[in-house]
Design a protein around this ligand. Sequence first.
Ligand SMILES: [Zn+2]
Length: 532
Amino acid sequence: MKNKIILFFCLGTIAWPHFTACSSDTENSVSISEMKRVVKTLASDGFMGRQPFTEGERITIAFLADELRKIGFEAPFEGSYFQDVPMVEITSKVIDKALINVGGESFSLTSPDEIAINSPQNVKQVSLSGSKLVFCGFGIVAPEYGWNDFEGVDVRGKTVVVLINDPGLYTSDSSLFRGREMTYYGRWTYKYEQAAKMGADAILIIHESLGAGYEYNVPRKSSITSKLFIDDTTASQRCKVTGWLPAKSADLIFEKLGYKISELRAAACKRGFKPFELKASFSSTIDNEIVKNKSTNVAGILRGSSKKGEAIVITAHWDHFGIGEAENGDSIYNGAVDNGTTMAWALEIGRCFSKLKRQPERSVILLFPTAEEQGLTGSEYYTEHPIVPMDKTIACLNNDMMVPRGRMKDVTMIGFGYSTLDSLYKEEALRQGRYLLPDPDSHTGLFFRSDHFPFFQKGVPSIWAMGCFDSREHGKKWARDGWDDYIKNVYHRPSDNYNENWDWKGIKEDTELAFNIAYQLTSSTKPRSRLF
Ligand SMILES: [Zn+2]
């Protein structure tokens, strides 16, 4: 296939350096066959689902290092492409069943179908006995919004029960938090951190699909999968037990107490909501299998010319879920879309840079973080131990879950409004005959759920941008249905497989878009981040 494309731009008054790589000859343009080769390999059964700590990791990182070498990116970690990430792997098992006692009557919840819990502590066994349940609304303390869901209660040694997301989602009040768009306060990661800060022994988040942005099968599966944490002192900043209650189980508990989730939610959405103790308690014993180990971030750098001490970072996590619970006879979680296609995207951007006749002014880093699926662990570690300091890191362009479904008119911006990258993307999208679409699902908080986010938290302008919701060929409804179908039936399941019939033309355009933006960023004025 002849992949003829021109990756030029002319920006009115700004004189860009003459730039001739990735021009119209096949070798130098974005190559679909290269991207296919990469995904076909990374999502093959031989890579065993690319789980950190396993043989799958060893094969994956070796493959990525080899690809980086081939496109002429240097090894940035003292001559190595690998950055060790010290981690502790904890696999929790609930002993017997979790018990809920309501007014003297006990009933049990079976893990993981009726309750999805873990212990994130580096100890072999954790036990909670009769831990009092406290309903704390959305579990948010946000002084800037005048909000405190813990006001007047002491949750030390107790179990807090909270709702997912934030009050803005459920009200039509756009002045409440960010309205329908999820703020970081809506994320489970925030809620876990906050509950621990308040001294709670445990936190149970009520799962509702609208607020979570995914079905219960996601936390359910996560609770029976081993969890990775950076091996440092932060264990003391975690609760003894963390997890989720599916709405069904929460209903069961609340019904016995004379409440309904919908009523509690309505109350929790109102200013002045007061948390309160439920006349119920929670008991559970969890055994932990603890393995200290290291996983690996993979990165390569193309050194800049005049500003080599500054860098643009392109990120695509390499990890997925390995081999796990079988569905329809398939137990390998190949993660072709999550995140094989994106690794291909990143490598292809790198290949375009390597074809430039003249070095870019700033450096370009391709980063493949580990343990994204476990809570952005690898990227968080990288931002603490970066190749180029965070204040010299100009931008982070990330992607995740790029589904090859043909050309799209939209460039969906996950993180729209959080930095001045928006205007760069707007111009480039226009050049491709496309338009910017602020994430229509911003209530699901995707912006907080991939590797650009630790960069953003350190002040680096960061974005996750791809075509998704408006197919040039089939229109908006088709594109939306296809995405929903992916999230519902393929996301984090063994069915996330490579498909020879995929239409790559959209990802090709997304690659050209990101390359052009990254190229501009190698010499332009620095973009700026906007805070929450
Ligand atoms: Zn992913």
